[in-house]
Design a protein around this ligand. Structure first.
Ligand code: KG4
Ligand code: ZN
Length: 341
C-alpha cells in the first residue's frame, strides 16, 4: 500500500507544503515571501504573518496538485526547528491541528536533516541514484554551514560548523554592501559569471580543524569597498562583476578547503552538498572538481530542492514513518540548531 506523506515547512521566509508517495514528489508548493526584499533581510514578525496567510492555500494547492484527498494522507511531517520561532509556530500548530483532526500520525523534522535528505528525493517518476552511507555532506544555507559525516538518515556527525556567519549570510551581506537586493546569493552567482574571481583577493579564514568563519571576509569586503568608494564614487558600478566573482571565489574557497582536507584523509566516501548555497554554480563546479580529483561520486539536489521546501521535510517524515518514529502534540518548536544531529 502506498505511503503518502504531507510535509509542511515554515522555518524562515518560505511557506511550503508537499505531498510524497514514498520518496517520490507528487507536489511541492512554495510561497516565497516578497515582503522582506525592501528590508534587505527577513523581518521575523512579517514572516510569521505571511506564513499565517499562506499556510492554508499552500497546503490546499499541494493536495490538489498531488491529486490526493486529505483522507489518503498517511502522516504529516513538519519542521520543528531550527528557525524563527514565530514562523515555526505557524507550521507546527497547523500540522498538529490537521493531524489531530485527520487522526494520522505527526512527525517532527529537523530542518538541517531535511536539507541533507533532499538528496533522497525522486521526481517525475524517475528514481535517482542515492548516496551510500556513510557520506560526507556540506550543508550550506542562509542560517547554517555544516560539514557532516552522515552515517544514517538520522545519524549525522558534525565535523565542522561556522563559528560566526553562515555561508549564505556571507553572500547576502556582501550583496547588501554592493546595494544588491535580498537574497543576494543568486544575484552574486549570476554576476560572477561575467567577472574575474582573482581580481580582488578577500580574506579566507584559516581556522584550525574543520570549523568555518566568514565574519573576517565580510569585514575585509566591507572595508575594501568603502575605501575604494572614497577614491572613486563609481567603483561598485564599474567593477560589479569582478567584485561579485571575487567575493564568491573567497566563500567557495573557504568551504572547499575544509572539504578537501577530509577527502585527503579518507577513501571512497560519496560527496554530497545541500542547502540554499548549494544552488551556487561556482560551488557546484568546485565540488565536482574535488569529486573528480579524489574519485568520489558527487550528489547535488536539483536547484528547486536546494533552498527551503517541504518535499525535503516530507522525505525525512517518510524515513521516520518507516521506523514508527512519531511525535506528540507536546513537541515544542526550537529556534537554535541542535548540538548533534
Ligand atoms: O536553505 P535556504 O533556502 O534557507 C536557510 O535554511 O537558510 O538558503 C537560503 C540561502 C540564502 O542565503 C541565499 O542567498 C542562498 O541560500 N542562495 C545562494 C544561491 N541561491 C540561494 N547562494 C549562492 N548562490 C546561489 N545561487
Ligand atoms: Zn534551509
Amino acid at each position: 500500500m502506498s505511503i503518502y506523506i504531507l510535509g509542511v515547512e515554515s522555518s524562515c521566509d518560505d511557506t511550503s507544503a508537499a505531498v510524497l508517495e514514498g520518496t517520490t514528489i507528487l507536489s511541492n508548493v512554495i510561497a516565497s515571501q516578497k515582503v522582506h526584499a525592501e528590508y534587505g533581510g527577513v523581518v521575523p514578525e512579517l514572516a510569521s504573518r505571511a506564513h499565517q496567510q499562506n499556510i492554508i492555500p499552500v497546503v490546499d494547492t499541494a493536495l490538489k496538485r498531488a491529486k490526493i484527498h486529505k483522507n489518503q494522507i498517511s502522516a504529516i511531517a513538519y519542521t520543528n526547528g531550527p528557525g524563527l520561532l514565530g514562523s515555526l509556530l505557524v507550521g507546527s500548530s497547523f500540522s498538529k491541528a490537521m493531524a489531530f483532526s485527520l487522526n494520522v500520525p505527526l512527525i517532527e523534522v529537523d530542518h538541517l536533516q531535511a536539507h541533507v535528505l533532499a538528496n533522497f528525493l525522486d521526481k517525475n517518476g524517475e528514481k535517482r541514484d542515492k548516496p551510500d552511507f556513510p557520506f560526507l555532506c556540506l550543508t550550506v544555507s542562509g542560517g547554517h554551514t555544516l560539514l557532516l559525516r552522515v552515517h544514517d538518515h538520522f545519524d549525522m556527525e558534525i565535523l565542522g560548523r561556522t563559528i560566526d556567519d553562515a555561508a549564505g549570510e556571507a553572500f547576502d551581506k556582501g550583496a547588501k554592501i554592493l546595494g544588491l537586493p535580498y537574497p543576494g546569493g543568486p544575484v552574486i552567482d549570476k554576476l560572477a559569471h561575467e567577472g574575474d574571481p582573482k581580481r580582488f583577493p578577500f580574506a579566507i579564514a584559516h581556522l584550525p580543524g574543520l570549523d568555518y568563519s566568514f565574519s573576517g571576509l565580510k569585514t575585509s569586503f566591507l572595508y575594501f569597498v568603502r575605501d575604494q568608494l572614497r577614491l572613486q564614487p563609481n567603483f561598485i558600478e564599474e567593477n560589479l562583476a569582478d567584485l561579485a566573482a571575487s567575493l564568491q571565489y573567497a566563500i567557495i574557497k573557504s568551504l572547499t578547503n575544509k572539504v578537501e582536507r577530509v577527502l585527503k584523509t579518507t577513501r571512497g566516501e560519496d560527496l554530497v552538498i545541500s542547502g540554499g548555497v548549494s544552488a551556487n554554480s561556482g560551488l557546484r563546479a568546485a565540488m565536482q572538481q574535488l569529486a573528480d580529483k579524489y574519485h568520489r561520486r558527487l550528489f547535488v539536489p536539483t536547484i528547486d530542492l536546494t533552498t527551503d521546501n517541504a518535499a525535503m521535510v516530507a522525505v525525512c517524515g517518510y524515513f521516520k514513518f518507516l521506523k514508527n518514529e512519531f511525535s506528540t502534540i507536546q513537541a515544542a518548536p526550537y529556534s537554535a540548531a541542535r548540538t548533534s544531529l
